[in-house]
Design a protein around this ligand. Structure first.
Ligand SMILES: C[S@@+](CC[C@H](N)C(=O)[O-])C[C@H]1O[C@@H](n2cnc3c(N)ncnc32)[C@H](O)[C@@H]1O
Length: 506
C-alpha cells in the first residue's frame, strides 16, 4: 500500500479531508503549482540525494526552511521536489506533509505541549518541525500506519541528533498515538470563543478576532474551516480555441473527472487531475489553470471586442489573458506589472494561448499616468497586491507570517494605486477593483473611501446575471446588490475574492 497522502476523514475533529467527496480529493493531486510531483528519471546527483534523504526528512527540511527564512511554502516545496526528483507517490507525501503541518501547526502544538515537558519553545527548530510533522501523520492522515510515522521520525532523529532527542521523540509520539482517540480538535475547549476557534482550526488569535468582528463568530469559524480544506483544481477554457463543453468531454474521455463550474462561465473543476499545467491541453493553449473565483474578475469587467483595456497589476497574466479571450482577440489589453522579471510570465501565457491583442509592459502602476493619457481607457482593472487571506488553502503559511500591520500597509498602497489609476478611465468607462483577500480594510472600506473621494465614480451592479444569481444563492450577496461582492472561501470551495465594479460618470 502506498502511504502517500490520503487524509483522514475528520480524524482530529477538523473539517473532513478524505479522498471520497467531490471537494476532498488528495492534496498533491489538487495542487497544480507543485507540478514537479510527476515522476522524473533520476540523474546521478538526484539519486544520491534520494538515498541520503527520505521523503519525510525532505519534508522536515522544507518546513524548517519555510519557518526560518519566511520562504513561500509552494516555492520552497517546488525547489525541494525538483532537486530530489522523487517518484510521484513520494512527492505526494512530501507535499501533504508540508502543507498539512503548516496548516495545522497551532492545533498540533496544542497537543504536543502536553507531552513535551521542557516546553516547545526550547526545542531546536528541526526537532519541533519533526514532532509537528509526525503528530500530523498520526492525527490527520489515515493511510499512514502509526508505526511508520513514529519509526521514520526516530530514524531521522538518530541521524540528526543525539540519543536523548530520538528517545524523547519516540516517547512523545507514542503518547500521542496512544491518546489519539481523545486528541480531537473538536474536543478543544477554551473559555474564550475566539481562542477556541483559533486552536481547533489552527489560526492565529488576532486573525480570528478580526474575522469574527467583521463577519460574526459563526462565519469566522466557517472561513477558518474552509481554509483547511483541499483546494479544488480548476481550469479556464480558452474559448477562442475550444468550448467549455468540448473540453469537458475531452478531459472525461482522457479519464479526468471534469465538470462545469457553477459560478465561472468558462470554468471547469477537475478532480484527481494531477498537474494540469503538465498536460498537452495546457501546452496547446486550450486552457489556463486558475481558481474559479479569480475567473469572475474578467467576467465582471466584461470588456467588449475592440476596447482599450489596462490590467494594472497583471503578472502572471491570469486575468489579462482572460480579458483578451473575452474580447475575442480584438482590441487591446495592456498587461502591466511592476516587476520586469514577471513580464516573461505574462508573455509566455499570451504566446501559449495564442493571443495577439495583449501587450506586456513594465511600470509602477502609480506612474501609469506617465504612459497613458488621462481619461483614455475603456476599462481599467486593478487586481491589487493584498494580504492574500483568501488563498490560505494554497499558501497556508500566510496565516502565520502576515500581521495586522501588513494589512494596514498594503491597504495604504491600494489606496494610492486606486487614486492613481482611476484617472486613466474615460468618462463612461469602467474601473474594476479586486483582491484575493477577505479583509474589510482592503475591500469594502477601501471602496467606500474611494467613492467618497471620487464622486465621479459610482458602484455598478450591472454584472452578468448568472453570476449574480449564483452569488446570491451562495449567500455572498444579499438582495440589495450594489456592485461589489466578497466571496468567502466556503461559498464555492474556492479562493476568497473581492470584486467591485465602478463606473465613471459620463
Ligand atoms: C494579485 S497579483 C496579480 C495577479 C494577476 N492579476 C493575475 O490574475 O494573474 C498582484 C501583482 O501586482 C504586482 N504589483 C505590486 N505592486 C505593484 C505596483 N506598484 N505596480 C504594478 N504592479 C504591482 C505584483 O508584482 C503582482 O504580480
Amino acid at each position: 500500500m502506498s502511504e502517500s497522502n490520503t487524509r483522514k476523514p475528520n480524524r482530529a475533529g477538523g473539517m473532513t479531508n478524505s479522498s471520497s467527496g467531490k471537494s476532498k480529493s488528495k492534496r498533491p493531486l489538487t495542487r497544480p503549482s507543485n507540478g514537479s510531483g510527476t515522476a522524473i528519471a533520476g540523474q546521478q546527483g538526484a539519486q544520491a540525494q534520494r538515498k541520503l534523504k527520505s521523503p519525510r526528512e525532505l519534508a522536515m527540511d522544507t518546513l524548517v526552511k519555510v519557518s526560518q527564512t519566511g520562504a513561500y511554502s509552494n516555492l520552497q516545496l517546488n525547489r525541494t521536489l525538483q532537486e530530489a526528483q522523487l517518484q510521484r507517490a513520494d512527492a505526494g507525501l512530501v507535499t501533504e506533509l508540508v502543507y498539512g503541518t503548516i496548516q495545522r501547526q497551532a492545533t498540533l502544538d496544542y497537543w504536543l505541549a502536553r507531552f513535551v515537558s521542557k516546553g516547545l519553545h526550547k526545542l531546536e527548530p528541526w526537532v519541533h518541525q519533526l514532532l509537528r510533522m509526525s503528530a500530523y501523520q498520526l492525527l490527520y492522515l489515515d493511510r499512514i500506519p502509526a508505526h511508520a510515522a513514529v519509526n521514520e521520525a526516530v530514524t531521522i532523529a538518530k541521524k540528526r541528533g543525539h540519543a536523548g532527542i530520538s528517545g524523547m521523540i519516540n516517547g512523545v509520539l507514542r503518547s500521542i498515538d496512544r491518546g489519539r482517540s481523545e486528541l480531537q480538535a473538536a474536543e478543544i475547549k477554551h473559555a474564550d470563543p475566539i481562542m477556541q476557534i483559533a486552536l481547533r482550526h489552527s489560526y492565529p488569535e488576532w486573525l480570528v478576532k478580526r474575522w469574527a468582528a467583521a463577519y460574526g463568530a459563526e462565519t469566522a469559524e466557517a472561513i477558518c474551516a474552509s481554509g483547511n480544506e483541499q483546494p479544488h483544481a480548476s481550469i479556464r477554457a480558452n474559448t477562442l480555441r475550444s468550448s467549455r463543453e468540448a473540453l469537458i468531454e475531452q478531459l472525461q474521455a482522457a479519464g479526468y473527472s471534469a465538470e462545469a463550474s457553477s459560478i465561472a462561465p468558462a470554468g471547469i473543476i477537475v478532480d484527481r487531475g494531477g498537474n494540469l499545467a503538465d498536460t498537452d491541453g495546457f501546452r496547446e493553449g486550450l486552457w489556463t489553470v486558475q481558481d474559479v473565483s479569480s475567473m469572475l474578475v474578467a467576467e465582471v469587467v466584461a470588456p467588449k471586442a475592440g476596447m482599450q483595456v489596462l490590467d494594472c497589476c497583471a503578472a502572471p497574466g491570469g486575468k489579462s489573458t482572460h480579458l483578451a479571450e473575452l474580447m475575442g482577440g480584438k482590441g487591446k489589453v495592456w498587461a502591466n506589472d511592476l516587476h520586469a522579471h514577471k513580464r516573461d510570465l505574462i508573455v509566455s501565457q499570451t504566446e501559449r494561448l495564442k493571443l495577439r491583442n495583449v501587450e506586456a509592459i513594465t511600470e509602477d502602476a502609480l506612474k501609469l499616468g506617465e504612459r497613458f493619457k488621462p481619461r483614455s481607457l475603456d476599462a481599467v482593472l486593478l487586481d491589487a497586491p493584498c494580504s492574500g487571506f483568501g488563498v490560505i488553502k494554497r499558501k497556508p503559511e500566510i496565516k502565520w507570517t502576515k500581521t495586522a500591520g501588513d494589512v494596514s500597509d498594503i491597504a495604504a498602497l491600494q489606496q494610492r494605486l486606486l487614486n492613481a489609476v482611476c484617472e486613466l478611465v474615460r468618462p463612461g468607462g469602467v474601473l474594476v477593483y479586486s483582491t484575493c483577500t477577505i479583509e474589510r480594510a482592503e475591500n469594502e472600506e477601501q471602496v467606500a473611501r474611494f467613492l467618497r473621494e471620487h464622486p465621479e465614480f459610482q458602484l455598478d451592479a450591472n454584472w452578468p446575471e448568472d453570476i449574480v444569481e449564483q452569488l446570491r444563492e451562495a449567500g455572498a450577496i444579499g438582495n440589495a446588490f450594489e456592485g461589489q461582492a466578497q466571496l468567502l472561501p466556503q461559498h464555492f470551495d474556492s479562493d476568497g475574492f473581492f470584486i467591485a465594479r465602478m463606473l465613471k460618470r459620463p
